[in-house]
Structures are given as structure tokens and as C-alpha cells.
Design a protein. Structure first.
Ligand code: GLN
Length: 288
């Protein structure tokens, strides 16, 4: 396949990544690990972090969370401002930037040390205490965060942001700057494929009801204005990030993560989507 995508450049540090990188990691509940290419190299998970943040916020607030963020696909780009104005500051879903910023606000209100808590949660579900953020990517996004600041200001004017804008922006950019490999993401996402339990120790991290809901939101909203296309071509719940990663799950069967930095015009990894389409088509293992 001819790749015409481009590496994200609006966060300058991400533009430096080698576009030829490609990694894939499949983790099956019953039959172990299968991997390809740069599957153990860490990359910037960016918006894939929104799944972990939503998970923490749902655990802390329960259904009250959904008074502040909806669960409908947006059909708009990930950083769009337009719907927020006529929908009175309530974001369409937790996976567009506006929704993730509300989730950041919730975590800041609910937790004493939100950054440590967030990182600890990822380390715990991945069984790897070395997972960390990339400070250079963090600093780089901080300098160019005017659009996220605009989203926060608009939502604050409607009363849907409780903390100060700088604090929320700082936490949001921090969560996006986490680095993980395909292998690590496939392990972390196992809780969504395995009924809320870690595969390794069988510890229950999330209730099956919450897993069902998070997977539903990934299915309908995980790829912004390309969620329908991803569902149509790949047929799995999943989440993308502008670092070129995509993590997806087949409940009861497997998790799969792919990393290829060039993005299509909708901000999703072009080769990543293609690889996942081939995987589910050739194996017949999509959820449909
Ligand atoms: N940090 C990025 C941003 O806020 C995340 C976007 C993404 O991965 N789609 O713009």
C-alpha cells in the first residue's frame, strides 16, 4: 500500500519522529503474544491516554460524570470548537479534546496528586513501573496549546470547567505525553478485553459494566470524524493518537496495538488502520 500520510507537526517534537517506524503487537487471551517490527519501542501515546483518563474518572464519579460529558460521536475533528458553542459547553464525548479536558478537570478535582495517580494507574495495569512521560514532548505541546486553551475557556464560560485553565491544560498535556510501546499498550488494554481483569494476576480493575461502556465509547467515538470508517473497515473498539498509535480490543479474545507515525487527514495512523483492517479481514476476527 502506498502511504500518503504525514507525521503530526503541530506539536513540533512529534514531527521529528522517523516516519518509517512500524510496530504491531497482538496479545491473545488464550494464545499469547505475536509481534512485528518496532513493537517494543516506546512512542507518544497522545490521545490513547484518553481511555485511561476516562477509566479513572468513571471509577471516581460513576454516572454523574455523564452530566458533564456526553457519549455521542461528534463527526467533527478532534480539536473542533464548533459544537461546544451551540451545545452549551457539554462535549459530545470523552475522546475528543473538549471531552478529555473535562475529564482532566474531574481528575484534578477528585485526586490529591492527579499526575502521580494517572501514571500509577497505567503502570499498574501494564505491570511496568518504568512507564513515564517524555518531558520534551510535554514542553513542545505546552508552547502550542492555544486551541486546547480556547476549548477550556469556552467550556469554563458555560460553567463546565471548575479548576483554573492553566492547571487543567498542564494535566491534559501531561497525560498525552506518556510514552509506551505497542507491547505495553496491548498489556494495558487487556482490562478492556478481559472483562475488567488484568490477565496476569486476574485482579479485577474495573467492573464489567464499565468495561462495556468504555468499549462502546471506543467503538463509536474512538476515531473522531472517522469512527464510522474505522468501524466499517476494522470492526473493533479502539482509540488512536496523533503519535501514530492505535490500540484496539476484541472483547473476550485479544488486544492489538499498531504504531506507524504518518497520519491520514483525519489524524489517524494511515498504515495502522490498514494493518488492522488486514488483520481482522484475513482472520475473520472482528466483533461483527
Ligand atoms: N495532545 C494532542 C492534542 O491535544 C492529542 C490529540 C490526539 O492525539 N488526537 O492536540
Amino acid at each position: 500500500m502506498q502511504c500518503t500520510g504525514e507525521v503530526a507537526s503541530y506539536i513540533p517534537e512529534l514531527a521529528k519522529i522517523n516516519p518509517e517506524k512500524f510496530g504491531m503487537h497482538l496479545h491473545c487471551i488464550n494464545s499469547g503474544h505475536y509481534s512485528f517490527g518496532d513493537n517494543e519501542e516506546r512512542f507518544s501515546i497522545q490521545s490513547i491516554s484518553k481511555v485511561f483518563a476516562l477509566t479513572r474518572a468513571m471509577t471516581l464519579l460513576g454516572d454523574d460524570l455523564f452530566n458533564r460529558v456526553d457519549v455521542e460521536p461528534s463527526g467533527d475533528p478532534f480539536n473542533s470548537l464548533v459544537q461546544l458553542e451551540y451545545e452549551h459547553g457539554i462535549p459530545r464525548n470523552p475522546f475528543i479534546n473538549a471531552g478529555a479536558l473535562v475529564i482532566s478537570d474531574v481528575l484534578i478535582s477528585e485526586l490529591d496528586t492527579p499526575k502521580e495517580d494517572f501514571l500509577n494507574f497505567i503502570q499498574k495495569i501494564t505491570n511496568n513501573p518504568s512507564i513515564a512521560i517524555n518531558q520534551t514532548v510535554f514542553d513542545s505541546e505546552k508552547k502550542y496549546s492555544h486551541r486546547n486553551a480556547a476549548l477550556l475557556n469556552l467550556m469554563k464560560s458555560f460553567g463546565n470547567i471548575k479548576n483554573d485553565i492553566e492547571t487543567v491544560l498542564d494535566f491534559y498535556i501531561y497525560q498525552c505525553a506518556v510514552e509506551m510501546s505497542c507491547k505495553e499498550l496491548s498489556t494495558a488494554f487487556m482490562i478492556y478485553a478481559n472483562g475488567g481483569k488484568k490477565l496476569i494476576e486476574n485482579t479485577q480493575i474495573l467492573t464489567p459494566k464499565k468495561v462495556k461502556r468504555i468499549n462502546a465509547i471506543m467503538q463509536t467515538c474512538g476515531f473522531y470524524d472517522e469512527a464510522g470508517e474505522f468501524s466499517f473497515r476494522v470492526g473493533l473498539p479502539g482509540k488512536s493518537g496523533v503519535g501514530g498509535g492505535i490500540a484496539a480490543v476484541h472483547p473476550g479474545q485479544y488486544t492489538v496495538t499498531v504504531w506507524s507515525p504518518p497520519l491520514n487527514p483525519k489524524g489517524n495512523s494511515e498504515l495502522g488502520m490498514y494493518a488492522l483492517e488486514r488483520l481482522t479481514t484475513l482472520t475473520g476476527l472482528s466483533i461483527f
